[in-house]
Design a binder for this molecule. Structure first.
Ligand SMILES: [Zn+2]
Length: 254
């Protein structure tokens, strides 16, 4: 507490003199300006655009990951089909060789071998159709990767530009904020820890209006009219009271 206050006989919690009160109100003004600037900084159009671009970049990364998983899965399918087609072709070649080796003379046996060759050829053809579909899916996935990569690269450039634009727009506000923070530290240095603790407790809770005044029988914070006995109690009490309605710190007029 600063020297020369007239509250030595009051309990610590209420110890605040006129000097302290005007300094406390000045501190609150500084804190309010700091809050406004922080709000402006959060709400810059460049910041909003940047947030959107970054959200899109995250979305693209997720899409790209999903495509990669699909590509792996479809590539496995491609290799499986290619292997099976290889095996079936080898089988067909072997069946052909047997057919024309001259070792088989029974027409019935030759007929059944012909039927086997036909069946193998049908399976090869079905596998080839399937492989074609798989290749088409791979192509579509590759095209998807190219599209996502192109958009992502463009977006990365845009994010850089937006970051620079945001920083430029924020520069003035950041300079002002730095000055106000120095001023706030100085103002806090003049007030007791106890008073600052009571103020800080309420600052966030009441959106920057921790200290109100008793004016026309009501608290300027909550604007609730107080009953006469409460007004009288406050008037008889210390110069800094507490609003019985909202519990803001309340400056009582002399
Ligand atoms: Zn109030």
């Amino acid at each position: 507490m600063s020297e020369g206050t007239r509250t030595d006989d009051l309990p610590t919690g209420d110890a605040a003199g006129d000097d302290d009160l005007s300094q406390l109100l000045e501190l609150q003004q500084t804190d309010q300006r700091i809050r406004r600037i922080r709000h402006q900084l959060d709400d810059l159009p460049e910041q909003r655009e940047l947030d959107e671009a970054e959200a899109r970049a995250t979305e693209l990364t997720r899409t790209s990951d999903a495509i990669r998983v699909d590509l792996d899965r479809v590539s496995v399918e491609q290799r499986r089909l290619e292997n099976e087609i290889d095996v079936l072709r080898q089988r067909k070649d072997a069946e052909h060789t047997r057919m024309y080796s001259g070792d088989i003379s029974s027409p019935k046996e030759l007929q059944s071998l012909r039927a086997e060759i036909d069946a193998t050829e049908r399976r090869i053809s079905a596998h080839e159709d399937e492989l074609l579909e798989v290749m088409e899916r791979l192509e579509a996935l590759d095209a998807g990767t190219t599209q996502v990569t192109t958009e992502y690269d463009e977006l990365t450039g845009r994010i850089e530009q937006l970051t620079a634009a945001r920083d430029e727009a924020a520069q003035g506000l950041l300079a002002e904020l730095a000055e106000l923070e120095v001023q706030r530290d100085k103002q806090r240095g003049n007030l007791s820890d106890d008073l600052l603790a009571r103020y800080d407790q309420r600052l966030e809770r009441f959106n920057g209006l921790a200290v109100a005044e008793l004016s026309d029988g009501m608290c300027t914070g909550c604007r609730i009219e107080l009953p006469v006995f409460e007004i009288n109690e406050l008037l008889d009490g210390p110069p800094l009271g507490t609003c019985p309605q909202c519990s803001r710190l309340l400056v009582i007029p002399a």
